[in-house]
Design a protein around this ligand. Structure first.
Ligand SMILES: NC(=O)C1=CN([C@@H]2O[C@H](COP(=O)(O)OP(=O)(O)OC[C@H]3O[C@@H](n4cnc5c(N)ncnc54)[C@H](O)[C@@H]3O)[C@@H](O)[C@H]2O)C=CC1
Ligand SMILES: O=C(O)[C@@H]1CCC=N1
Length: 271
């Protein structure tokens, strides 16, 4: 199997590192290209044993999958590189937020099978949650699902609309949590902890809570209740948190991300 990544950035690297670490593909089956010769892409060649090329004829010759992992804004340039050399059997997999299947088809001027996936960088530790939306003519869906299982779990999505929500929920979701952790650590410093102490406490809190979620199998609400003594410190803190409208803040966050995904998916032909 030959898998070609157009783009070797944060998302692409999380995926191919997950694939290699889970041994579903050998490094030599992976080909990387990017906009320009960058140390980072050569780092992957020298440390993972993947192939690097800027010759689109070579890249696309016999390719089973092409993974579109540039930013949506760069896709027209990527499409220009791919179009002249794309073989009929090659399956296109796009991770580009918002970019519709019909847009990809038009830019590539091809009828190739296309799947849109919406993973996240937890793929790096083989724990992505990835939405998948297939084009009608996508063959052998199980093969792609097996490939994606190497870096996490998958959720099949029927409508483009659902992809906007998955993008917000789990594509961007980790960043929202990381931001909360950042602000939590900053708030610990307001309590008087040093920066190192605040980061140590927050990091271990996050790891511990993650392990509790994974191992206890209890719902978030029960895990919270198990800490909240009647009229105790936790109840006082949760009342303050609720009073500031944490739920409304998070809903606003997710709606803004989903709306941006809709904006990114605006297709010239929609107008
Ligand atoms: N970072 C994340 O957590 C997630 C990102 N995505 C999507 O993944 C895509 C990439 O995002 P990131 O990895 O964060 O961006 P990035 O900026 O880290 O990587 C973009 C890559 O595209 C390459 N590129 C740009 N123009 C190119 C061209 N003409 N030919 C070949 N390669 C080209 C760049 O050289 C770079 O390697 C975006 O479409 C984003 O919406 C989807 C889910 C999560
Ligand atoms: O921020 C973005 O547009 C990409 C898609 C989801 C996560 N990162």
């Amino acid at each position: 199997m030959k898998i070609v990544f157009y783009g070797a950035g944060n998302m692409a690297s999380a995926i191919f590192i997950g694939m290699i670490e889970n041994r579903v593909v050998k490094p030599e089956q992976i080909y990387l290209t990017s906009r320009s010769q960058k140390e980072k892409i050569l780092f992957f060649r020298d440390n993972l044993g993947v192939n690097v090329s800027y010759d689109d004829t070579e890249l696309l010759d016999g390719a089973d999958y092409v993974i579109l992992a540039s930013k949506p804004q760069s896709f027209p340039d990527v499409a220009k590189r791919i179009r002249p050399h794309l073989e009929e059997k090659t399956k296109i997999v796009s991770v580009m937020a918002g970019t519709q299947i019909k847009t990809i088809r038009r830019e590539l001027k091809s009828e190739n099978p296309i799947a849109r996936i919406m993973p996240n960088t937890n793929a790096m530790v083989q724990h992505s949650v990835s939405g998948i939306k297939y084009s009608e003519n996508f063959p052998n869906k199980d093969e792609l699902v097996e490939l994606m299982k190497s870096f996490g779990t998958t959720v099949v999505v029927e409508e483009e609309e659902e992809m906007h929500n998955i993008t917000a929920a789990t594509g961007s979701g980790s960043a929202f949590l990381y931001y909360i952790y950042e602000k939590y650590a900053e708030s610990l410093m307001d309590l008087g902890f040093s920066e190192d102490e605040a980061l140590f406490l927050t990091t271990n809190l996050v790891i511990g809570a993650g392990k509790m979620v994974e191992d206890s199998e209890l719902p978030f609400s029960q895990l919270r209740k198990n800490i909240t003594s009647k009229r105790g410190t936790t109840e006082a803190g949760l009342d303050a948190l609720d009073g500031e409208g944490i739920k409304e803040i998070l809903s606003k966050t997710l709606n803004a991300a989903a709306t941006r995904s809709q904006e990114l998916s605006k297709d010239d032909e929609d107008e």
